[in-house]
Design a binder for this molecule. Structure first.
Ligand SMILES: N[C@@H](CCC(=O)N[C@@H](CSC=O)C(=O)NCC(=O)O)C(=O)O
Length: 281
């Protein structure tokens, strides 16, 4: 698979790079970003953290706004940030141009319904295709972590819960915890997966955690001034499901913080250390 370099910027002694490639899962060209810390030039294979962004984002939001690169350089952590949906000519979008469905809103699942199923397979892309590409082209070990924000927090949780052994660490900022039971999730799942709600269950963290074979400790930060917390994100649903399942969850409700990247930047260091500790063990 050919990678075309889009941009390259030195940062904290390492390199932030963007690449374009043809995705076979998504049937379109995709761009992803990778941060290569300085240690990547010393010949050793490094652990890798996959970051999944939220609604309306691309590969750029996290890399530009989260303030993660200084500590990633110090810890020797490679960070990979994919886009949040398929893109480009021929990829269908919300008919009304809404920001919470279609382009920028792939929900990290594999769509089964038309016209979405041909392109909207972000789960396969994030779990299989992108890691294979990254592992073939960059000095990464098989020590993988996954994190994300909001829709991307949902993505990180389901990718980890559905794939025991694939990830060694997981965390999320303000994740959509129970998409079966929130407006964003109901809108996306009914269109991508159809009206049969039983088919939605395999994409919901609160359902998956009940039967998880592996109990990777989950770190979640959630701002209590987040306008989406009560109606969309529902951290208490994840807390209840984790307690019932005996799944280790650290849920930190952060006073005064909203849903923005100002919040993420405030706690990203804790998440990077959470991942580095597990990935380097
Ligand atoms: N455009 C919307 C707001 C959309 C928004 O808040 N997106 C969040 C993720 S929400 C859940 O997945 C985000 O990360 N935005 C990008 C950023 O750089 O802040 C509106 O107008 O309300």
């Amino acid at each position: 698979m050919t990678l075309e370099i889009v941009s390259s910027n030195k940062s904290f002694g390492g390199w932030h790079k963007r690449y374009r490639h043809r995705s076979s899962s998504l049937n379109c060209d995709m761009i992803f970003a990778v941060y290569l810390p300085p240690q990547a030039e010393q010949g050793e294979k490094l652990p890798v953290l996959y970051w999944l962004s939220g609604l309306t984002c691309t590969d750029e939001n996290f890399m530009q706004k989260a303030g993660a690169l200084r500590l990633a350089a110090e810890l020797g952590l490679i960070i990979v940030a994919p886009d949040t949906s398929p893109r480009g000519a021929g990829v269908p979008d919300d008919p009304d141009g809404a920001w919470d469905f279609g382009l920028g809103a792939g929900f990290y699942l594999n769509a089964t319904q038309q016209p979405w199923a041909q392109h909207y397979r972000m789960y396969d892309y994030v779990v299989e295709e992108l890691p294979a590409l990254v592992e073939a082209n960059f000095p990464v070990s098989d020590s993988r972590g996954i994190s994300g924000h909001s829709m991307g927090g949902h993505g990180a949780l389901i990718c980890a819960l559905k794939n025991p052994g694939r990830y060694r660490s997981v965390s999320a900022f303000a994740p959509i915890t129970n998409p079966l039971n929130c407006p964003w999730g109901e809108k996306a799942f009914s269109r991508y997966l159809g009206e049969d709600r039983s088919r939605w269950r395999e994409w919901d963290a609160c359902v998956l955690i009940a039967d998880a074979d592996e109990k990777l400790p989950i770190l979640v930060d959630q701002g209590d001034r987040d306008d989406f917390m009560e109606g969309q994100l529902k951290p208490q649903a994840l807390q209840a499901a984790a307690a019932t399942a005996g799944h280790p969850l650290t849920l930190r409700i952060q006073p005064g913080y909203d849903h923005s990247y100002y919040f993420i930047a405030s706690f990203i260091d804790d998440h990077l250390r959470h991942h580095a500790q597990a990935l380097k063990a």
